[in-house]
Ligand binder design. Structure first.
Ligand code: PRP
Length: 215
């Protein structure tokens, strides 16, 4: 028997938005994904199983064949930067903007490396390189809004939704780097080897997105 199609989901806020989509496609986990320490789940489809991962781990799992496909934010995919992954469906969920932000009224140092606090080090490096600036990255996993306030960084690169977190910490948005939404991500290998199962899923997901955005 061929191994089941393995679908990697990101835990947290995105998972809450993803489960109703899977349900709309007729894919139901056989037990609750939240309230469990398990990481792999069977579904009502014997040929489809689910993994529940940290959002940043979805791209490497899909790229390295630990999963055939997954759902990840464009922000995470830009940071991971793999050409072995394709994004056949924009789910138009979890919309946010990847931006730089600084203390209100602050300016970048005129020379030298820009100290950037972020979990998006690759994105930040490319963004500032395009402005002819090198960065001194400070890799953080949360609460980067604090870094400029305590004088640890000149700027942050982070996702912004309402802007409330920036405002609450005395920061203001500056450069828009990219818009981000959740994407279906599939490895180029699985796209070929598991085409018969993946193609109908892509079509159903595209139909689901169209229905959500129909006038
Ligand atoms: C994100 C991001 C900001 C906040 C932005 O954090 O890191 O802190 O949301 O949203 P806002 O513009 O609406 O205030 P999230 O809550 O996703 O948690 P995280 O720090 O674990 O990424």
């Amino acid at each position: 028997m061929t191994e089941p199609l393995t679908f990697a989901l990101a835990k947290g806020r995105l998972l809450d938005e993803t489960l109703p989509i899977l349900s709309a496609l007729g894919i139901e986990p056989t037990e609750s994904l939240t309230g469990s320490r398990k990481l792999m789940f069977e579904t009502n489809h014997p040929e489809i199983r689910l993994l529940v991962l940290r959002a940043t781990d979805v791209p490497p799992y899909v790229e390295r064949g630990g999963a055939h496909l997954g759902i990840a934010g464009k922000d995470t995919l830009l940071e991971y930067g793999s050409d072995m992954l394709c994004e056949p469906v924009d789910l138009k969920l979890s919309a946010c903007r990847l931006m730089t932000a600084m203390r209100v009224g602050a300016t970048l140092p005129s020379t030298g490396r820009v100290r950037v606090a972020t979990k998006y080090v690759n994105v930040a490096r490319a963004h500032f390189a395009a402005q002819g600036r090198q960065i001194d990255p400070i890799k953080l996993y949360g609460a980067m809004e604090l870094a400029p306030v305590v004088g640890m960084s000149d700027v942050i690169v982070d996702v912004v939704d309402t802007g409330n977190t920036l405002r609450a910490n005395g920061l203001e948005p500056r450069d828009l780097i990219a818009h981000s939404t959740a994407r279906l991500v599939v490895s180029r290998v699985a796209m070929k080897t598991r085409h018969a199962l993946i193609q109908p899923l892509i079509e159903s997901l595209n139909a689901w997105v169209d229905k959500q955005h129909a006038a």
